[in-house]
Design a protein around this ligand. Structure first.
Ligand SMILES: *Cc1c(COP(=O)(O)O)cnc(C)c1O
Length: 234
């Protein structure tokens, strides 16, 4: 199967899942997750219609940035404050903001770059120890602080990662809660907040995520095949 074939299949699966909840496939943004994949493979995906790619490490963005065709880059993994400066002018959205200290650093770098950075707040709905993201009860305070102190940040929505389950049906309650939170905080009216994206769903569970109201899926393995984690050691 080629990357193009895989993308066609995923687009069909997105369409069916979106139609199940009465949405149009155009309402769902497919982000191709390209971590541990080469610029050549990424360019094939772009030639197959991919407009948005996601990386979870700053270093990989820097290594590939010049070699990849024009595309929107998303930072989807945990971001260390001391690395914000390297990607502030390269990514179109940061999905993994989970502390005010990180937001403050993004604010500082966005101001210096003369831009407003779009971010998502990462929520750890299942409260897994192993995952980043804030607890849902800490969302109101984080939002309030960002709106009060970060004029160069625009909160575009929420991101969540469901626990890994053999059966993606088991992730459904997590995604349903993500949608509830999304609806709740969409009500806030402020120039620093404009809820548009509910980023949830990966290769193993994106259809369930879309059925529950996700509109931004981050899919790697189902497009590019298995990742070679030995590459991380170099
Ligand atoms: C790697 C990764 C994905 C994609 O995972 P696949 O199972 O390969 O689709 C999605 N989101 C985040 C945050 C990731 O790190």
């Amino acid at each position: 199967m080629s990357i193009q074939d895989n993308i066609n299949i995923i687009n069909n699966r997105i369409k069916s899942a979106a139609e199940k909840r009465g949405a149009s496939p155009k309402d769902v943004l497919l982000i191709a997750v390209t971590k541990l994949h080469d610029p050549e493979e990424i360019n094939q995906a772009i030639d197959s219609g991919i407009t948005d790619i996601g990386e979870n490490k700053v270093q990989e963005i820097l290594d590939k940035y010049e070699k990849v065709k024009p595309v929107r880059w998303h930072l989807i993994g945990h971001l260390q404050r001391n690395k914000v400066k390297y990607i502030i002018d390269k990514v179109s959205m940061i999905h993994s903001v989970d502390s005010f200290r990180l937001a403050e650093e993004i604010e500082k770098r966005a101001e210096a770059a003369g831009i407003v950075m779009d971010i998502l707040l990462q929520v750890n709905i299942a409260e897994e120890e192993s995952k980043f993201g804030i607890k849902e009860e800490d969302l109101p305070e984080l939002i309030e602080e960002i709106l009060a102190k970060c004029p160069h940040i625009r909160i575009k929505g929420l991101m969540t990662i469901a626990p890994f389950f053999d059966d993606p049906e088991d992730a459904r309650p997590v995604f349903a809660r993500g949608k509830e939170l999304f609806e709740e905080y969409s009500q806030i009216k402020h120039e620093g907040i404009d809820f548009e994206y509910l980023s949830m769903g990966m290769s193993g569970d994106f259809e369930v995520a879309i059925e529950e109201g996700g509109n931004c899926v981050r899919v790697g393995t189902a497009i590019f095949g298995n990742r070679d984690y030995r590459r991380e050691e170099k």
